[in-house]
Write a protein that binds this ligand. Structure first.
Ligand SMILES: CC/C=C\CC(=O)SCCNC(=O)CCNC(=O)[C@H](O)C(C)(C)COP(=O)(O)OP(=O)(O)OC[C@H]1O[C@@H](n2cnc3c(N)ncnc32)[C@H](O)[C@@H]1OP(=O)(O)O
Length: 719
């Protein structure tokens, strides 16, 4: 839909009307084509201004249409006929001009933006490239290097930066439509050819080939195995080397390949999955749009270890006052120094002053008396947390929320020691908490919808991608992670090296292999958890620890590493070797090879060659299998919630959608067959046994992920 109005006598104002972001659906494109034709025919009309309803220019092509059959007028000829029109066309950019929206603006002869507008070509984040002329017109407007950077990253730029780059002609603090109309009136009669980007040569740059080669090397390193950034570079290279028409042909060919790819499907699924997760819904049907969140102005953070520090920083950056508590002066001073330094660094980067006035550091719980909510981030020890929770009840206002940052302990058990079970929820942050985007909001059996709504709203306010999850050991993320970690160490026992496993995972798309991640997070963390859970104790043989514990296969390798003081980067030695404690570059360690060989000898294990395929199948399918159990148990509302958790909390590659999407894409019957095979070979690993739900879905014809909700009763999915 596009609304046509005549204003100021001689201007045709074409308003895109497709809330919420005026995406270029078939109906909108039809409306534009008709409106442009009408404006060009109307002799009274001397200039045309394009804008979007509700102060949003346009969020791009309608992504929902990508999964169906394409109908309506195509974008490329539509934009071409605007550019070729004999009346000046001006884009009035308010809110956003993204993807096809910016390409539409590039087809106009002039562009005016409001100061708050954001512009960009984010198609690469959807596994695509800007194929409505964006790869050909943008380099002709701002030059090859700048266009390469914007198109390969999908970064949004502010109006001010767009002006500096030459993407817009004018920036206004006021109404962009008014300013665009004034500009339109002032250019009536001016020659249009210089403003037709398709007629321009790309802005000259020395050594274009070298610039494109460097960009290619960079995207290949940054996004290993992802097709879209590579295609983006190839398309921009075509803009530099070929005449416009040939460049457009190349753009189309590259887009054809991307459009049909599984990677694009995965990335578009991830886009909607992220938005769906925000629309939380509890088993009792309380949900995001029928539950009011409480306002949080003042919060308490208990414990200033790594997690507490990151949580305090995130809250303060969002303008929330924080009372930060530690148990002794030394810890308090240490935490204060770290939090202050992080806030100062961040403020310096953004050219603002650090909001240190929002922070109170204290040893006294009494300072918490008027906070709206507390986030407990003390050591992962149930008894300690219970003590903290009951102490909190003595000082907090009766209606203050108590949240725990536990990464897997029972939220109900903690709530039970308080005088306010409905006001207790889990807020599981991921380290480092001020950087990682994911927040699992854990509802216990007595948590009130209001408490969940408040934690979700607070998470969103501090910039997190929030997912509600039910209460079980490890919640969603860590419950699955445990089995993935188990597989990775079993692979070492059977013959692989940490390097082999990590390489396979990195080739699959993880930014870091699981052993490098372990070294980064600290191997002692899991060791402590295993000790607390009774897996390691005085009855374990120190010389030849058992490989069978609590009725199943157990791999003692990580414990043996910790016994040697190999905690990872922090000690300079873990699965890898580091130049010094704290340094980040992982190097192969011959000692680890010897250690693994000795271990296999001691236990009579004959090593075998492990392929990358086996690494991926065992690691990815075990995740999906547990995901199915989580869905059966009703712990996650839908498969997309599990996938969002893996995308934002565990480094799962976006172009693979998430473990559940990946399983759906590979084919559920293939996943079932592989799990059956691996379970046959490893009957002592019960988690490899295919879940009942997976078997049922296969029996029901392996429906694609979008249809699971009609096969699974308790799913609360928006897919
Ligand atoms: C030939 C091919 C040519 C061109 C290709 C393209 O143009 S591809 C599309 C390129 N555009 C984008 O990638 C932009 C995607 N959208 C966004 O980044 C954000 O939505 C945006 C516009 C910055 C707004 O962010 P905000 O946080 O305000 O809202 P939210 O993200 O929650 O979105 C609100 C609802 O709008 C839906 N939506 C957004 N963009 C699109 C789109 N391009 N197509 C379809 N739908 C879109 C989004 O899903 C939300 O829907 P809801 O049902 O409310 O969850």
């Amino acid at each position: 839909m596009a609304r046509y109005t005549r204003v100021k006598g001689s201007i045709a104002l074409i308003t895109l009307t497709n809330p919420p972001v005026n995406a270029l659906s078939a109906a909108v494109r039809r409306g534009i084509v008709e409106s442009v034709s009408r404006a060009l025919k109307d002799e009274q009309v001397k200039a045309v201004v394009f804008c979007g309803e509700n102060e949003k220019f346009c969020g791009g092509a309608d992504i929902k249409e990508f999964s169906g059959s394409v109908s309506g007028p195509p974008l490329v000829p539509m934009i071409h006929s605007m550019e070729a029109g004999e009346k000046p066309m001006v884009a009035a950019i308010e809110g956003v001009a993204l993807g096809g929206g910016l390409e539409l603006a590039l087809g106009c002869h002039y562009r005016v933006a409001n100061t708050k507008a954001r512009l960009g070509l984010p198609e690469v984040t959807l596994g695509l490239l800007p194929a409505a002329g964006g790869t050909q017109r943008l380099p002709r407007l701002i030059g090859i290097p700048a266009a390469l950077e914007l198109i390969t990253t999908g970064r949004h730029v502010s109006a001010q930066e767009a002006l500096q780059l030459g993407m817009v002609d004018q920036v206004t603090e006021g109404n962009a439509v008014q300013a665009a109309m004034e500009l339109a009136l002032s250019v009536i009669g001016h020659p249009l050819n210089p403003c037709r980007l398709s007629l321009r040569a790309p802005v000259w740059a020395p050594d274009v080939d070298g610039v494109c080669d460097a960009a290619l090397a960079q995207v290949k390193q940054r996004s290993r195995g992802v097709m879209a950034p590579v295609a983006c570079v190839q398309a921009v290279r075509a803009a530099a080397m070929l005449p416009y028409g040939k460049g457009m042909e190349r753009e189309r060919q590259l887009m054809d390949t991307l459009f049909r790819s599984g990677q694009a499907q995965a990335m578009q699924y991830a886009f909607f999955a992220q938005r769906n997760a925000g629309k939380w819904i509890l088993p009792n049907r309380a949900q995001w749009n029928n539950t009011k969140a409480r306002e949080v102005q003042r919060a308490g953070v208990i414990g200033l270890g790594t997690m507490g520090q990151g949580i305090a920083v995130s809250l303060v950056k969002a303008g929330i006052s924080v009372v930060a508590i530690e148990t002794d002066t030394k810890q308090l001073e240490w935490g204060k120094k770290a939090v202050t330094a992080m806030l100062q660094r961040d403020a310096q980067r953004r050219g603002v002053s650090p909001p240190l006035h929002l922070l109170t550091f204290t040893l006294s719980f009494h300072q918490l008396r008027d906070v709206d909510l507390v986030i407990e981030a003390v050591f992962e020890d149930m008894n300690l947390k219970k003590r903290v929770f009951s102490d909190l009840c003595k000082v907090l206002r009766v209606n203050a929320l108590i949240c725990t940052n536990t990464s897997g302990l029972n939220v109900d058990e903690l709530a039970a020691v308080t005088d306010r079970q409905p006001l207790v929820v889990g807020m599981h942050f991921f380290a480092p908490a001020h950087v990682m985007k994911l927040l699992e909001v854990v509802y216990g059996s007595r948590s009130s919808p209001e408490a969940v709504a408040t934690a979700m709203a607070l998470g969103k306010r501090i910039g997190k991608v929030c997912v509600t999850v039910g209460n079980c050991s490890g919640f969603v993320g860590n419950r699955m992670l445990k089995l993935y970690l188990d597989q990775s160490v079993y692979l070492l026992e059977e013959g692989a090296t940490p390097e082999q496993v990590d390489q396979a995972l990195e080739e699959f798309g993880f930014a870091m292999g699981i052993f490098k991640v372990g070294d980064l997070s600290g191997l002692d963390v899991g060791w402590r958890v295993r000790k607390a859970s009774g897996l390691i104790g005085p009855d374990v043989d120190p010389v030849k620890p058992s490989r069978w514990r609590l009725g199943r296969r157990y791999c003692p390798l990580p414990d043996m590493l910790c016994q040697q003081g190999r905690f990872g980067q922090k000690t300079g030695r873990g699965w890898y070797l580091y130049d010094s404690p704290g340094s980040k570059e992982a190097k192969s360690d011959p000692e680890i090879q010897n250690f693994l060989e000795d271990y296999r000898r001691k236990y009579g294990i004959i090593p075998r060659r492990i392929t990358s395929q086996e690494v991926i199948e065992r690691c990815a399918f075990i995740l999906a299998n547990e995901g199915f159990r989580i869905l059966e148990d009703g712990i996650a509302a839908g498969p997309e919630h599990i996938d969002v958790i893996y995308l934002f909390g565990y480094g799962w590659p976006r172009h693979r959608g998430g473990p559940m999407f990946y399983a759906s894409q590979v084919g559920l019957s293939v996943v079932l067959e592989k799990l059956e095979h691996y379970h046959r070979v490893h009957p002592d690993v019960p988690s490899l046994e295919p879940s009942r739900l997976l078997r049922r879905l296969v029996a029901e014809g392996s429906p694609p992920i979008q249809q699971w909700k009609s096969h699974i009763k308790n799913l609360r999915s928006h897919l």
